[in-house]
Ligand binder design. Sequence first.
Ligand code: SF4
Length: 205
Amino acid sequence: MAMQKFAVTPGFEVGGTLFKPEQLAILGRIIGENAKIELTTFKQLYVAMEEDRLEEVQGELREVGLQILPSGFFTKSLIACNFCKGADEARLELAKALDEAISGHEVPSPLKIGYAGCALGTSEPLLKDIAVVKMKDAFDIYVGGEAKGLKAHLAKLFMSGVKEEQVIPIVSRLIFTFQEQGKKKEKFSKFIERITIETLREINA
Ligand code: SF4
């Protein structure tokens, strides 16, 4: 029987990316004994299971509040911090709306988007392809972080002082530009180097 892989995430709240015990119990019970669960570095579980029961299983997982997303060359769900400064101060609702807007889009190579509710950045936003960091009254957006390999480097500041209502349109435009102009399998950090951060800023002007 062919196996198929998909991503599972509980979303996030004040406290972090938290699976409820009953969600994990149901996941373990229904995916079948041949299934495999992989813990990714980007706060998703990858489930590989027999494809004939895929729809039924995904439906049950959605019913207990889990999000189902594609694995592979897609935008990942938002890699958010724990919102320790509180939902309002760290802008939890914006992060949830951003997650909904940016997750699961097909892109030339897997794209990780990070969010930090303050400048302490405990979710390591500067190691992500795109990062949104809440500053005092506005947001900074970074691009091109690379966490892997010997040439690992931090993301660069793309825009500063961004108003809350502009965050989702700007991040969505970055994803769209990568979809349109990225080469197949090109990493986002390489894409930024090739088309330059200045050109990206002009596209967003
Ligand atoms: S980034 Fe700031 S608000 Fe978010 S968990 Fe870390 S310290 Fe708390």
